[in-house]
Design a protein around this ligand. Structure first.
Ligand SMILES: CC(C)(COP(=O)(O)OP(=O)(O)OC[C@H]1O[C@@H](n2cnc3c(N)ncnc32)[C@H](O)[C@@H]1OP(=O)(O)O)[C@@H](O)C(=O)NCCC(=O)NCCS
Length: 204
């Protein structure tokens, strides 16, 4: 679970992570419209309508699975700086003949027989890169997920060119699993080390 009630926030030295609400929409519309932010995620700037649709998907995943990215707020001034969390993602049970195994960042977009597999993801506004925020936020989400012991595996899907994202994940000892197809683009799939005995991924 990214956040399991009654937990409402994750807190780090400099950051608070909380569920997204409608007041965050303008911030995410703005950062998703930045080509540098979008380069290795959607590939091209996301129009406002796509961010709004994604926002609804996030609200649904909070309600259905207690999963979904969280808004990251800087404590010192209350500014929104990005998002980070575990998404209710899914992958093909087996790769289609001659193709790559497909992954979906929202399970609600996947075929009914896809396997649930949460994805630890992070995206920050460009003005806030290079200050250790992604690592700090990811550390909090990963530590919280570990305490829940609810997952057989946690993945991150990272574009092969996304050096910055891989540098964050590599700090935590992620293991390369193989390539997956995300909306027609090959991404690299990594799994996060999970220390304790975990329940089956269906035991949310
Ligand atoms: C990837 C991203 C989340 C990194 O955020 P960040 O807050 O700048 O990351 P951090 O400051 O925690 O940096 C972590 C490490 O990665 C390194 N790093 C960050 N960006 C880098 C880049 N573009 N190239 C090489 N290394 C990079 C940092 O130097 C740091 O290493 P260090 O601790 O050894 O100095 C941010 O660039 C971003 O939001 N990008 C656009 C969205 C995106 O691609 N999200 C990931 C999808 S998989």
């Amino acid at each position: 679970m990214t956040l399991l009630p009654p937990t409402d926030v994750l807190e780090t030295e400099r950051l608070v992570l909380r569920r997204m609400d409608a007041s965050d929409l303008a911030f995410f519309v703005a950062i998703h419209a930045d080509p540098d932010v979008a380069r290795y995620t959607s590939g091209k700037p996301r129009p406002p309508a796509a961010t709004e649709a994604g926002f609804q998907d996030v609200q649904d995943s909070y309600a259905k699975a207690c999963l979904g990215p969280l808004t990251v707020v800087r404590k010192s001034d209350g500014a929104r700086v990005g998002r980070c969390g575990l998404s209710d993602a899914a992958i093909d049970g087996v790769a289609p003949p001659g193709g790559l195994q497909r992954a979906w960042l929202f399970r609600s977009h996947a075929p009914a027989d896809a396997q649930p597999l949460p994805e630890l993801g992070y995206t920050f506004g460009k003005a806030h890169w290079g200050q250790g925020y992604a690592s700090e936020a990811a550390r909090a989400v990963y530590a919280y997920a570990e305490t829940q012991r609810a997952f057989a595996d946690i993945m991150s899907v990272i574009h092969p060119g996304n050096t910055g994202s891989l540098a964050v994940a590599a700090k935590f000892g992620v293991r390369y699993i193989g390539e997956v197809d995300v909306s027609g683009t090959p991404f690299k799939r990594y799994h996060w080390p999970l220390k304790g005995p975990q329940l089956a991924s269906s035991a949310r």
